[in-house]
Design a protein around this ligand. Sequence first.
Ligand code: 5GP
Ligand code: MN
Length: 331
Amino acid sequence: MTSNASFAAPPWEAAAALLRAASRVLLIAHVSPDGDALGSTLALTLALRAQGKHAVPACQDQPHPRFGFLPSVHEIRQALPLGEAFDLIVALDGSDAARMGTIYQPAQHASLPLLVIDHHITNTRFGTVNLVDPSAASTAEIVFALLKRMDAPITPEIANALLTGVVTDTQAFRTSNTTPQTLAVAMELMQLGGNLQEVTRQALVLRTFDSLRLLGAGLMSAKVEDRVAYAALPQKLREELGVREERGDGGLVGMLISAYEVDIAAVFVELPNGEVEVGLRAQPGFDVAQVAFEMGGGGHPAAAGCTLPGPLREAVNRLLPRLKQAAREQR
Ligand code: 5GP
Ligand code: MN
């Protein structure tokens, strides 16, 4: 999993050269986009447009309404017009090619250079140039460093988009990936016009009342076995509660890992298509990235995920023993 490439210096110059040479750029945020995927994608989109380039942000899944405050978020396309021509693709915050989802069409895109910008330890280096830095708390920090190297002006809008990535991937500077460097980046982004309070409130605090009820039901059904907490959220439960959001766990996995009695937490979310999206969290000293990677997903030691085939019960039965084993071995 951890190839030597993860310790090599990130190829800043090669990445900058690809962007400089391009004039029509497709930017792909990963499926089920989070604040870092969206913030990074939109910040780079705006910076490229300011340089006179044609830049199209895209994502297979529609962004959650909580990200409605992000600049140009409504321009993110869920599908591309047939035959629209690009000369560069940038994949942001995704650790493997599958995370690009249906936006990436090999028949049209395989011949184009692909720039991967990411910070996941499990990144498979699927690009032509892989700007991957697992020491960065967010992909947004990498985009920020790249833009500065390219002397691209950072407008308040771009700063706010980047700050969103930093704030969401660190849960407002609370997670173990937060370093002095992360705080220095956040300080700079605030000085450039990013609004920390507003970003935190919009992207992390505000939620629908429905999602609170989903969280409540999930907490009531959760179990702890061998210091592994887990819960399953069937589509049927969403229907019963009248939850309009088709995906997501309402923050449940983050709640489960907060219990003293828990080393590893897992939430299994049944998707409308029957697949199961799994969110994983680990206490410091435990690692869920490796298990997620083995299951075809990826992530960070403390927060990872994967998507498994249904049905829901089988996904739980398949992963749970593996999680208990990991918790036992790492204790
Ligand atoms: P979350 O539980 O917040 O959705 O995801 C936690 C971390 O795991 C994020 O960094 C996310 O990108 C990664 N992750 C979640 N699901 C998947 C997946 O299906 N595949 C991969 N490669 N990474 C995932
Ligand atoms: Mn990220």
